[in-house]
Design a protein around this ligand. Sequence first.
Ligand SMILES: NC(=O)c1ccc[n+]([C@@H]2O[C@H](COP(=O)([O-])OP(=O)(O)OC[C@H]3O[C@@H](n4cnc5c(N)ncnc54)[C@H](OP(=O)(O)O)[C@@H]3O)[C@@H](O)[C@H]2O)c1
Length: 321
Amino acid sequence: MFAAYAQSFSTDDPVSGLATGERPEPEVPAGWTTVSVRATALNQHDLWSLRGVGLRPEQLPMILGCDAAGVDGDGNPVVVHSVISDPDWLGDETLDPARSLLSERYQGTFAERVAVPRRNLVPKPPALSFEEAACLPTAWLTAYRMLFTQAEVRPGSTVLVQGAGGGVATALITLGAAAGARMWVTSRTPAKAERTMSLGADAVFESGEKLPERVDAVMETVGAATWQHSIRSLRPGGTLVVSGATSGRVAETELARVFFLQLRILGSTMGTRDELARLATFCARSGVRPTIDRTIPLADVRDGFAAMAEGDLFGKIVVTP
Ligand SMILES: NC(=O)c1ccc[n+]([C@@H]2O[C@H](COP(=O)([O-])OP(=O)(O)OC[C@H]3O[C@@H](n4cnc5c(N)ncnc54)[C@H](OP(=O)(O)O)[C@@H]3O)[C@@H](O)[C@H]2O)c1
């Protein structure tokens, strides 16, 4: 089958290690099934994989991709939950120390077919296209958990999102606004920040700009470039949720501010199968839909990787096999 896979690693030029071509059909262990992929989507995770983060050389070639919507062996339209936990693990799959994402231990979704545990399938709501549904399993699920599980955002909360055009950022803004939160957004690019007004953002700011008032919660995926601004933007007792560090993983934190203002700093990773099912229902019921920057054929996925590496996107890049 045709697939896009990592054949080597490069920190400086990750896209150079990407290859497309024929790969063997997926192996299907007991309790797993094969999904015919109708649509998948790009994530920064796929670029990290090409840099060798989370993969060892002996695992290459590895088919990339964490997201998939498609049709299972019984003909049911499904969305794939990408967090693969131990078969004996009970409860929140993201807390299983042995968990992995598709494309880390098991072959990923940038292919015509992918093998997944049956319990990782969530019904695709008919109201969502395969392209829209393919945006949910990574970026949108991460945003859902950050907002509603970790930060416990309520209607009327004020929430700052660092970054505007990214997959997680656009999901955070759209979901938070749909839930009645006042969403404030920063971006390096004023035009991208302005575009988030159409997603429901209430106000936009330049990266690092002082806010008119402190916020209940900050959503961080940018990392070093925005971390101090995030800490300074929280009201006493406010919550910072961090799920990514695109611009750098190490940042200074003024500890006195953390304890004196009783700030809560919470890490967040992906989400549970149950959260994915709730997210799909929320989208279907509310009319909320992922912002899709562009849809490209799998054969041209290199163009999508290049755009993501340069930050040249607004929303999700969807890929169809
Ligand atoms: N923990 C998890 O489970 C999980 C899940 C999904 C993603 N992530 C992580 O979250 C991060 C974002 O992922 P994504 O898929 O949304 O990536 P993406 O679509 O490429 O978005 C990147 C975002 O980072 C912002 N950004 C990048 N560099 C910046 C800088 N120097 N200053 C200010 N803003 C900057 C961009 O904002 P503008 O271009 O608008 O300025 C954009 O919103 C990645 O690090 C990814 O690994 C983690």
